[in-house]
Design a protein around this ligand. Structure first.
Ligand SMILES: [Ca+2]
Ligand SMILES: [Ca+2]
Length: 241
């Protein structure tokens, strides 16, 4: 578990913790001065005693799909999981000394989280400009792969969901050299490609091939190909922080 940062909303201080439960990357926000009402409307999903480490209390919540917030009473070591995800403007009331943590998924359902980004692979094949529009309609952008870690993550994500067929040959990512041949930039910007993973003898399409994709037949290494070919597009947006 990593403590990210502390910020001040003007009323309360919150600490942010990120915790991974194996499938979902979660954020816990802490209200520093919480009163100790255990759960709203008696909606507790578990009550554990003698838990003196906050990380352990949060992890109990992360493991329990019904748990959306916890109250951790420092002095008694009681860790109570609650079904409600409290709005941070809601003021709990009660007596126990402790801290309340609110859990949030960092990515929308159906999106995949790595670090500070969320990723989505379109359900349909489409040409690159339709892919750009689809990402934008989702408040996202065609994925810009900027590191080996991100590249490896996306390859693993594709391999976990797809196998190579005629319908699933490659996946668009967010680079093009439409503006200037061989000057690869992020779609719709002048931002240059800073990481690359070209397959053998790629890019090779000159002005006929101005879009980039993970290509199944070459172990998902990158190829340049025509922007009018229809493939799934990978979209990216920032994760909730
Ligand atoms: Ca080109
Ligand atoms: Ca090519």
């Amino acid at each position: 578990m990593k403590r990210h940062h502390i910020f001040d909303t003007g009323f309360y201080f919150y600490s942010i913790f990120a915790l991974t439960n194996g499938e979902t990357n979660l954020l816990f926000k802490r209200r520093e001065n919480a009163d100790g009402k255990l759960c709203m409307d008696m909606d507790s999903v578990f009550d554990k005693t003698q838990i003196y480490d906050t990380s352990v209390c949060l992890f109990e919540c992360a493991k329990d799909s019904g748990c959306k917030s916890v109250f951790h009473a420092r002095d008694t070591g009681n860790c109570t999981g609650c079904a409600a995800s409290f709005d941070i403007s809601t003021q709990p009331s009660g007596q126990d000394e402790g801290f309340r943590y609110y859990m949030q998924q960092r990515c929308t359902e159906g999106w995949n989280n790595l670090a500070n980004s969320c990723y989505y692979i379109t359900e349909q094949n489409m040409n690159a400009s339709q892919g750009l529009e689809t990402c934008q309609a989702l408040n996202a952008y065609p994925v810009t792969v900027d590191s080996e870690e991100e590249n490896n993550y996306l390859k693993a994500l594709i391999n976990s969901k797809y196998t190579y067929t005629d319908d699933v040959r490659a996946f668009f990512i967010g680079f093009t050299d439409n503006e200037t041949e061989d000057a690869w930039a992020k779609h719709g910007t002048n931002d240059q490609m800073i990481f690359q993973d070209w397959g053998i003898s790629e890019p090779n399409g000159e002005t006929r091939e101005n879009c980039v994709a993970f290509y199944f037949p070459s172990d998902l290494k990158w190829v340049d190909l025509s922007c009018s070919i229809e493939l799934r597009m990978i979209c990216e947006m920032e994760a909730l922080a």
